[in-house]
Design a protein around this ligand. Sequence first.
Ligand SMILES: O=C(CO)[C@@H](O)[C@H](O)COP(=O)(O)O
Length: 215
Amino acid sequence: MVRIAPSLLAADFLNLASEVDSVEKAGADILHIDVMDGLFVPNIAMGSNVVSALREHTSSELDVHLMIENPERYVADFCKAGADMLSVHVEATTHLHRTIQLIKSHQVKAGVVLNPATPASMLNYVIDDVDFVLVMTVNPGFGGQSFILKMLDKIKAVRRLIEASGREIDIEVDGGINAKTLPLCREAGATLFVAGSAIFNEQDRELAINRLKGI
Ligand SMILES: O=C(CO)[C@@H](O)[C@H](O)COP(=O)(O)O
């Protein structure tokens, strides 16, 4: 099954509520929220106040991607704001295992994010603890970038690791996902697909999501 998580970074922020309504009506499965601190990535976006406003507006699952240094400082805030899934980058936190446990202590699904240059092997000692893995298929920070084809090898490597662990956890992919790149990622083993421009740049959101789902 293909599950689609529209990335709200590409939405019209002046009309966020109606943007959310439009993608939910069109068949979005999860909402993806990018949090950026201007340090870990060269851009700034969305704090926990945005997550709590969304939480009041929708019952959709909220997938919060922390692109921030020392994310453990803000885990409690984002969990209390209403995140259902919270992911952190390997390079951003000194004690990755501890940060994963911290997220889980809030009964929120914990994810680990791999940047394009980060090897799948960084997951070796946390694979039994994480609830999902997010493979970045562009360098994080901005929407509208081109998919990095080499990431297909990494998705396959992560899939092998997950299979060896005997667990059933999602591989989420994010960056340059469209109707051409999604099937390649799916074939490689991805199960959850974040898409920003491929959805929000289209007037007809239902057509855009159906195209991604291959309907
Ligand atoms: O995390 C990020 C960017 O850092 C993504 O979620 C983008 O927002 C995806 O946008 P598209 O590549 O689909 O336009």
